[in-house]
Design a protein around this ligand. Sequence first.
Ligand code: IPE
Ligand code: IPE
Ligand code: MG
Length: 242
Amino acid sequence: MAYEKVPHHIAIVMDGNGRWANKRFLPRIAGHRQGVESLKRCAKACDARGIRVLTVFAFSSENWKRPTEEVSGLMDLFAMALAREVNQLKKDGVQLHFVGDRRGLSPRVVRSMEEGEAATASNNRLILNACFNYGGRWDIAQAAQKLADQGLPITEVNMNQVMSMAHVPDPDLVIRTGGEHRISNFLLWQAAYSEFFFTDVFWPDFDEAALDQAIASFAQRERRFGMTSDQLDAEPTSAGAP
Ligand code: IPE
Ligand code: IPE
Ligand code: MG
């Protein structure tokens, strides 16, 4: 039985920032700020473990429903953290991608995304996809619209080429912190055959040990992709996504 021990691509629903802050009698934004620190630690740890792609859910299509103060706090934090960290990311070999609907975002936020992507485009150690104003349903709809506009048939192969994460393989492992067991409109298309790992740990507390727990759990799974165990045992090298 030859299982993939280390996932190539990990995707994370970084949940629990608000509750982390509440527990400490801090404003919710303090939890989000600590969440940025946790993301920096996590990206380093992923790189050190040979993970090549990290995708994080930073702001969902539905998060606009939060109080205006929190939404604007998140937008400010995003633009500031990006401006502050971009040089270090460049040095660390991180290639940044922003995934999501850029319409509806302020010009300042869009500009910081474009600058961050341009500054890190030639890096090749770790691909970091930050899903911002992202929804899985939006992604499927925009992909189908692209094919319709080009007059192409809506097949799985064509869809894969126009989905917002066409530049990376599908996630092997999806982690959700913060104790909820739901997908909240994250990678609906791409997570079709991902392994899932749920933890109660709030995102700001998600450290190397917590990451190692998720990877260890992944390493024990048998990914059958519709086949039987016997088939995988007979031909371990043929095990792979269709
Ligand atoms: C996740 O943490 C971050 C974002 C959605 C931006 P939450 O803000 O959802 O934290 P909880 O779930 O309220 O604890
Ligand atoms: C999912 O978390 C979105 C992000 C982590 C950015 P939410 O906290 O918004 O999810 P729900 O609303 O509890 O499902
Ligand atoms: Mg939440």
